[in-house]
Design a protein. Structure first.
Length: 64
């Protein structure tokens, strides 16, 4: 049979009483996004990003 120490997926995910399925999905989605590695902030990387050509500058015929 089942062991009382077995946890259901809801218990593992931290089921909150009174939480709607949509709220739970949004909370889990945000947790996954926060867990992903972020790009480095500041320093050389940021200077390289700022030095890139703006999207509109590569199409001079679009400006007047």
């Amino acid at each position: 049979m089942s062991d009382p120490t077995d946890e259901t997926p809801d218990q593992i995910a931290g089921d909150i009483p009174g939480e709607t399925p949509i709220q739970k999905a949004l909370r889990l989605k945000k947790a996954v996004q926060d867990a992903k590695p972020k790009p480095p902030r500041g320093g050389r990387f940021q200077r390289e990003q700022a030095a890139r050509v703006a999207a509109g500058k590569s199409k001079p015929w679009m400006s007047k």
